[in-house]
Design a protein. Structure first.
Length: 146
């Protein structure tokens, strides 16, 4: 931010100097017109052209300096954005990997549950309801938990 404010002050100073030169030349040409002296008028015209060229060169130089500074700033912002994007890509890849591992664990648990359910269903299909042991039968056999 400091360099940006400094750049603004420099730009304002250069443009103020160019504008002041043009105002001084306009006043000089006005005085030369009222003097009605041909040599003074010619000299004022030549000086006015030279000062106008100088002022336009100052303005053009300042414009080029501003464009260069702005392009450097844009390049710096682009590099920073690229760095941030690279970091985000890595973070996203790590997050996706973590979530994939969690989903794999959940899928393994669900597969185990599906196998247990299939085993229970298959065991139920082998025996009829009448053949299934009751709690009383299990107690008689000593298999039921007390």
């Amino acid at each position: 931010m400091g360099s940006r404010g400094n750049r603004r002050r420099t730009r304002a100073t250069v443009l103020a100097v160019a504008n002041s030169l043009l105002v001084v030349v306009c006043l000089g040409v006005s005085v030369a017109l009222f003097s009605q002296n041909e040599w003074i008028l010619r000299a004022a015209a030549v000086v006015a052209v030279l000062v106008a060229v100088g002022a336009s060169l100052l303005v053009r130089h300042q414009l080029l300096v501003e464009r260069l500074a702005h392009s450097e700033e844009r390049a710096q912002v682009a590099q920073e954005y690229s760095r941030i994007t690279s970091a985000r890509v890595v973070e996203n890849a790590e997050f996706v990997d973590l979530m994939q591992r969690r989903l794999d664990k959940i899928d393994e648990r669900l597969d185990k549950i599906d196998q247990e359910v299939a085993t229970v269903v298959a065991a139920g299909d082998k025996h009829s309801q009448a053949d299934a042991p009751t709690v009383v039968d299990l107690k008689l056999r000593g298999l039921a938990a007390s």
